[in-house]
Design a protein around this ligand. Structure first.
Ligand code: ATP
Ligand code: MG
Length: 454
């Protein structure tokens, strides 16, 4: 993207982000002496009349919504080279996607944010508009002079309708937020499509993970143990594949989530005034975000995952916990007697798990009551990766040998261990495999977190 000197009367200061169809700039309106955000359609689409038309019509629709829960559009225009742009309200608090980079949020806060987004969607629905692309990066945060943050919906299915116009298949990025009726072309869409996406956003905020395919969503309480069953029910009802069984309106979903938020215990005050990394703190102070919004317990929690039998658990970094296969494993995969034993795989993309050339991040933990798991695991090799050697490991619960491979074909690493109980029992044994994009920096913490009940 070449730099722009001037966008109409607006002076770009820095790039806020780039999406599938354009770049958003923070710009200064010299006439009004105000900061604005300007979205410029990407070069390669600007010559397509139909794409241009959609781009601008979405801007007009945002304008029409005219709600203070939806990002305001101030102006539209065209650069000298023909690229259209629109000028909108600058959300100085970033997006929900930014908040999620630190993992899941305290539940009451996750609920309040979800309810506000749902209120925004309800305002759109009242104006006869279905958003169709509610996801964390399209939910913006803006501080108001009083200090409280406002939640603003942006983008109005912009990416989706542009994709339709361009014939492009959208990146899988927003897949977890999309209701099944929106997957095929020509399906009639109503406000319940947005209810699904709002449920997915709430699920992500509460668990730190994007929900799985419609109809195969891991109950959120399994990723966030101790979750109020009412919250779990409300989220799963929004995520019903059959829209007839969802909350009938975004309004109804908002009301229920607000009710649950008001009865949720207030988050305990973190011992330190604020548990933010220094850089995040700096950034947030710079943009003046209300600190209450992002306060969370320290350190940013990982996600606790367990298998469907509840016998095997581990904690993984939030961003890895997108997808879980929790139905067990077959020890025949490492040369032991075939069968079904408790275990799970959790990863940011399970589809890539079998492929050593991919850049997946995740963990497999399998328990076995039979056979020499440690012996078999210690004999495994991974072709194409560089073997870094083994070391002995003794944690509070387990001991065994940990072996590491780096520079695998996809650039990732594998850390693997066959473990037996630290107390001296021979059973159960567990097989742990950790795959990381890059160096094996998280292994120790993950191994320490493994729990298994024989
Ligand atoms: P997609 O292309 O799928 O919509 P996206 O939402 O990330 O993905 P854009 O809508 O182009 O892409 O926005 C890019 C980024 O710019 C956003 O992720 C967000 O961080 C930032 N952004 C967008 N609009 C604003 C705004 N009004 N104020 C502040 N930041 C914004
Ligand atoms: Mg967007």
């Amino acid at each position: 993207m070449h730099s722009v000197e001037r966008i109409g009367r607006y002076r770009p200061e820095r790039r806020l982000g780039t999406g599938a169809f354009g770049t958003v700039w923070l710009a200064h309106d010299d006439e009004l002496d105000a900061l604005v955000a300007v979205k410029v359609l990407a070069d390669n689409w600007a010559h397509r009349l139909d794409v241009r038309e959609r781009f601008l019509s979405e801007a007009r629709m945002l304008r029409r919504a005219g709600s203070d829960r939806v990002v305001q559009v101030y102006d539209i225009g065209e650069l000298p080279d023909g690229r259209p742009y629109f000028v909108m309200e600058y959300a100085d608090g970033g997006t929900l996607a930014d908040l999620l980079t630190e993992g899941p949020l305290p539940v009451p806060e996750a609920l309040r944010l979800t309810a506000s987004a749902a209120r925004g969607a309800a305002a759109l629905h009242q104006a006869g508009i279905v958003h169709r692309d509610i996801k964390p990066s399209n939910v913006l945060l803006r501080t108001s002079p009083g200090g409280a943050a406002r939640v603003l919906l942006a983008d109005l299915g912009l990416a989706k309708s542009l994709a339709e116009a361009s014939g492009l298949t959208l990146a899988a990025g927003s897949a977890g937020y999309r209701p099944p009726e929106q997957a095929g072309p020509g399906a009639g869409i109503d406000e319940r499509a947005d209810v699904y996406s709002l449920g997915a956003v709430g699920y992500h905020l509460v668990t730190g993970a994007v929900p799985g395919e419609p109809g195969h969503v891991v109950p959120p309480g399994r990723l966030r143990p101790g979750l109020d069953p009412g919250v779990q029910r409300a989220l799963l009802r929004a995520l019903e594949p059959d829209r007839g069984r969802r909350w009938p309106t975004a309004q109804a979903f908002a009301e229920e989530i607000e009710r649950l938020a008001s009865r949720a215990p207030r988050p305990r005050r973190p011992r330190r005034a604020l548990a933010l990394t220094a850089s995040a703190l700096l950034l947030l102070t710079a943009v003046g975000v209300t600190l209450a919004l992002v306060t969370r317990e320290s350190p940013a929690p990982g996600i606790r995952v367990e298998d469907s039998s509840g016998r095997v658990t581990a904690e993984v970094p939030g961003a890895w916990g997108r997808q879980v296969r929790d139905s067990g494993w077959d020890p025949a995969s490492i040369g032991l007697r075939p069968g079904r034993e408790p275990g799970f795989t959790v990863a940011d993309d399970l589809a890539k798990w079998q492929d050593l050339t991919s850049d997946v991040n995740g963990v497999f933990v399998g328990l076995s009551e039979h056979g020499d798991v440690t012996g078999q695991v210690n004999a495994l090799t991974h072709a194409g990766c560089h073997y870094d050697g083994g070391r002995s490991y003794t944690g509070e619960r387990w001991h065994g040998r940990v072996r590491t491979w780096t520079d695998c074909p996809g650039g990732g690493s594998i850390t693997e261990a066959g473990l037996t109980p630290a107390g001296g029992d021979a059973r159960p044994q567990v097989y742990v495999q950790i795959r990381q994009n890059g160096d094996p920096s998280q292994s120790e913490r993950i191994l320490d977190s493994v729990g298994a009940k024989g």
